[in-house]
Design a protein around this ligand. Structure first.
Ligand SMILES: [Zn+2]
Length: 267
C-alpha cells in the first residue's frame, strides 16, 4: 500500500480564492477555470512508493530534524519535499523539452533551521524563515528553513505552503536554464524575477492537478493565496524585492491559467 503525502488545491478552489482575495483580475472566472475532464475531485495526495524513506537531501543543521515520529511537522515537510522533487523535475524536463531546452534540475534540496543554512558560492546569507535557490554552476540546489515551513502546518494542514514555496524555488531553476541555454534572452529587474517564479509555480500546480500527480485538498487555495499575500507584504520580504501581495497572487494565477509562455513573455 502506498503512503500518501497531502497537498494542494483544485482548480475550482483556486479560482474561488481569487475572488476571496479580492484580486481585480478581469475575467478571472473565465479561462482555465473549468475543472479538467476526468480529473479526480477528491482529497489531496501524492502517492509514494512504500519503503522509500531515504531523503535525497543533505542536512545543514544536524540537530534540526527530530527523529522518528512521522507526525512531526518538520518530518512531514521533508516527506513532502521528497515527494515533490521528482514531480517538479519531471514536469519541467518535459515542459522545457518542448522548447528544445534541457532542464538543469537542482542537484538536491537542503534543509536547515534558522540561519544554519550552508553557503552558496562561498557566501552565507541568513536563511531564517526563508527558502532559496543556489545557482552556482555544478552545485545548484534548493534550500529551505524546515521549521519555517513546518510552522505553517498548524494553520494550513494541507501542506500547500511547502508545495508552493518549493514550486517557486524550482521556478528559479527554470530561469537558470533559460539564462544558460538562451543567453541574453531573459533579463529580470527588481521583483520581476520573483514574480516570474511565482508564475512558474502556478504553471506547475495547474499541470500537476490536471495530470493527477497532485490532488486537491480543502483549504489549499486559501493557504496559497494567503501565503502569497503575506509574503508580499511580510516583514522579511521587501515588496520591492518580491512584488506586492496583489502582484504575487496575480502572477501565480496567471501561470496557473495561462501557462509557461505567458510567464515567459509577461514576467
Ligand atoms: Zn524567489
Amino acid at each position: 500500500m502506498n503512503k500518501t503525502v497531502s497537498t494542494l488545491a483544485a482548480t475550482g478552489l483556486l479560482v474561488a480564492a481569487l475572488s476571496a482575495c479580492s484580486i481585480s483580475v478581469p475575467g478571472t472566472a473565465a479561462a482555465g477555470a473549468t475543472a479538467p475532464q476526468g480529473a479526480p475531485a477528491v482529497s489531496t495526495t501524492v502517492e509514494r512508493t512504500p519503503g522509500s524513506q531515504a531523503f535525497s537531501v543533505s542536512q545543514a543543521a544536524p540537530a534540526a530534524v527530530p527523529a522518528g515520529a512521522s507526525e512531526d511537522p518538520a518530518d512531514r515537510v521533508l516527506h513532502d519535499a521528497e515527494a515533490l522533487q521528482p514531480l517538479l523535475d519531471e514536469f519541467w524536463a518535459e515542459e522545457l523539452g518542448y522548447y528544445g531546452l534541457d532542464f538543469d534540475a537542482p542537484d538536491r534540496f537542503e534543509y536547515y533551521v534558522g540561519d544554519a543554512n550552508s553557503t552558496c558560492g562561498g557566501e552565507h546569507s541568513d536563511g531564517t524563515e526563508n527558502a532559496y535557490y543556489c545557482a552556482v554552476d555544478g552545485d545548484e540546489y534548493v534550500a529551505f528553513d524546515v521549521d519555517w515551513l513546518a510552522g505553517y502546518l498548524d494553520e494550513h494542514p494541507g501542506d500547500a505552503v511547502t508545495f508552493l514555496v518549493l514550486a517557486h524555488e524550482w521556478g528559479h531553476a527554470v530561469q537558470d536554464t533559460w539564462i544558460e541555454q538562451e543567453p541574453g534572452a531573459d533579463v529580470w529587474e527588481g521583483p520581476a524575477q520573483e514574480l516570474n517564479a511565482d508564475c512558474l509555480a502556478g504553471v506547475f500546480w495547474d499541470n500537476a492537478l490536471r495530470n493527477g500527480t497532485v490532488l486537491e485538498e480543502d483549504g489549499d487555495a486559501e493557504a496559497v493565496y494567503g501565503w502569497l499575500e503575506a509574503a508580499g507584504s511580510g516583514d522579511w520580504m521587501d515588496p520591492g524585492d518580491h512584488g506586492t501581495a496583489e502582484q504575487r497572487q496575480i502572477a501565480f494565477s496567471d501561470g496557473f491559467e495561462l501557462g509557461t509562455d505567458y510567464c515567459r513573455t509577461n514576467y
